[in-house]
Ligand binder design. Structure first.
Ligand code: FAD
Ligand code: NAI
Length: 475
């Protein structure tokens, strides 16, 4: 038995794991967190996929590339002349790396502040013995023991069959965030969240981008009206998006990548690109956990089986985030982490899956919470819809960004808000008001009667709520 005993051991230091560790420590537990991520120098890099090769670096590059795009194409509208504009990609990538490091270091600081013991290495089950023994395989090897184990081992990118990631030509989100020169031609397989965000980055920096999507509809999970508006905007920007395709053989060579594909009409096509990003979803990661040693139950997708409260098939073993069912989002992982720590403490941790917001950080941004109009129709629910275009919003005009709209869906009888969908500027920030409203079971009229600052984009939210009763004031 190890002499290092903990109340709670968290395996995985991504947003799910590190937040769970902090919350457990706040609740008075003696907590360890094990994470194996290595930075370029082989040292620890806490924060998981989100911090190292996901949310944070992608948003840094989205911002930098948008600044470049604005300087090249939109500053002139504001009377600002830019001469001799050029791109320093190396500096842009270095800035992104620095932003990542600030976040890595921030978590180290938070662990110290909250007295969470950090172990750098791979954590795996040894055996169940009055709690669990966990081996940590890092620079050195040691065994620690914990009464409660929280598994937060995240997910990995799904490769295209027959076209493994080499991170040179065929890139996952990892390679897509560190291409050393702007490719002339770039291909993306999958027009999901990563495809659209990464496609936007490289298009803005000068690549000719083609996206091949298997489904016949664009962004099927998004409200149809919002998805159509976004699709229009992306096409106008120059993204080529082919829907309903079947991807065939992918050949990678010195000159780049050649993708055989069939279009929606069944015609054979070939796409020749310098780089190919494959973004066709992610798979739960349990590699290295030695789950078999303790009989941890996984489902057919490889996800750890959990109940509504994130309890696994083993007593006092919990699992959260991308490695379990539900949306693969950092904030969902965090909420589950907090809730599990509170449940271990005997409290009533709670995650409301109906009010988890989604955001796609393209330009225009797309954000939503709750049900889509097509879902309500399919359910046969009586609803009212109200929309308000940013074109009629003073702040959007001043910003020079009037694409898109806010859309409200409310119950026809009670007026309770059932869904809010936004495509347009700062949708990522605007959606919070809708989340709060839905969490408090507000009606559309509640939002319509609240004073919103003028001029602000949030007035479009108020107006969309007013539109439910066909009484917009500015449209
Ligand atoms: P992870 O962040 O994957 O962390 C798991 C950690 O566990 C990793 O550090 C891993 O090394 C470690 N680990 C695994 N196995 C072991 C082991 N046996 N021992 C020790 N350590 C182990 N979500 C959003 O909400 N907003 C966004 O804007 C967003 N953007 C994204 C952009 C990209 C390009 C990608 C790929 C994802 C993005 N996501 C975004 C999704 C988000 O990154 C994930 O949902 C989130 O990281 C999941 O958190 P997690 O803690 O479950 O797992
Ligand atoms: P995704 O699930 O968002 O999209 C994958 C797309 O690929 C789908 O549209 C699917 O139909 C398509 N596809 C699947 N197989 C295909 C094939 N063989 N050929 C052509 N198309 C195919 O997955 P993605 O973009 O890889 O992202 C993974 C997850 O990471 C997201 O679901 C999301 O949870 C998370 N993420 C979140 C972000 C955010 O919150 N802003 C940003 C990026 C990722």
């Amino acid at each position: 038995m190890s002499n290092k005993q903990f109340d709670v051991i968290v395996i995985g230091g991504g947003p799910g794991g590190y937040v769970a560790a902090i919350r457990a420590a706040q609740l008075g537990f003696n907590v360890a967190c094990i994470d194996e991520w290595k930075n370029a120098k082989g040292g620890p890099a806490l924060g998981g996929t989100c911090t190292n090769i996901g949310c944070i670096p992608s948003k840094a590059l989205l911002q930098s590339s948008e600044n470049y795009d604005h300087a090249g194409h939109h500053f002139a509208d504001h009377g600002i002349k830019v001469e001799g504009l050029s791109l320093d990609l190396a500096k842009m990538l270095a800035r992104k790396d620095a932003v990542v490091k600030q976040n890595n270091d921030g978590i180290v600081y938070l662990f110290k502040k909250n007295k969470v013991s950090f172990f750098h290495g791979r954590g795996s089950f040894v055996k169940a013995a009055d709690g669990y023994e966990i081996k940590v395989a890092g620079a050195a090897e040691e065994t620690i023991a914990g009464k409660h184990i929280i598994l937060a081992t995240g997910s990995n990118p799904r490769p295209l069959p027959g076209a493994d990631f080499d991170e040179e030509n065929i890139l996952s989100n990892d390679g897509a965030l560190r291409i050393g020169g702007v490719p002339k031609k770039m291909g993306l397989i999958g027009s999901g969240v990563i495809g659209l965000e990464m496609g936007s980055v490289w298009r803005r920096l000068g690549s000719e981008v083609t996206v091949l999507e298997a489904l016949p509809t664009f962004l099927g999970a998004v409200d149809d009206q919002i998805a159509k508006e976004a699709h229009k905007a992306f096409i106008k920007q120059g993204l080529k998006i082919e829907l309903g395709v079947k991807v065939g053989e992918v050949k990678s060579g010195k000159k780049g990548v050649s993708v055989a594909w069939t279009n929606a009409k069944g015609e054979a096509q070939t796409l020749e690109v310098d780089k190919l990003i494959v973004s066709i979803g992610r798979v739960p990661n349990t590699i290295g956990l030695n789950a078999e040693a303790v009989g941890l139950k996984l489902d057919e997708r490889g996800a750890i089986v959990v109940d509504d409260d994130c309890r696994t098939s083993l007593p006092n073993v919990w699992a959260i985030g991308d490695v379990v069912r539900g949306p693969m989002l950092a904030h969902k992982a965090e909420e589950e982490g907090v809730a599990v720590a509170e449940r271990i403490a005997g409290q009533h941790g709670h995650v409301n899956f109906n009010t988890i917001p989604w955001v796609i950080y393209t330009s225009p941004e797309i954000a939503w919470v709750g049900q889509t109009e097509q879902q309500l129709k399919a359910e046969g629910r009586a609803y009212k819809a109200g929309t308000f275009p940013f074109m009629a919003n003073g702040r959007a005009r001043a910003l020079g960004d009037t694409t898109g709209m806010v859309k409200f869906l409310a119950d026809a009888a009670t007026d309770e808000i059932l869904g809010v969908h936004i495509v347009g500027p700062m949708a990522s920030e605007l959606i919070s008001e809708a989340v709060v409203a839905m969490e408090f079971k507000a009606s559309a009229e509640d939002i319509a009667r609240i004073c919103h600052a003028h001029p602000s984009l949030s007035e479009a939210t108020k107006e969309a709520a007013l539109a439910i009763d066909k009484r917009t004031l500015n449209f």
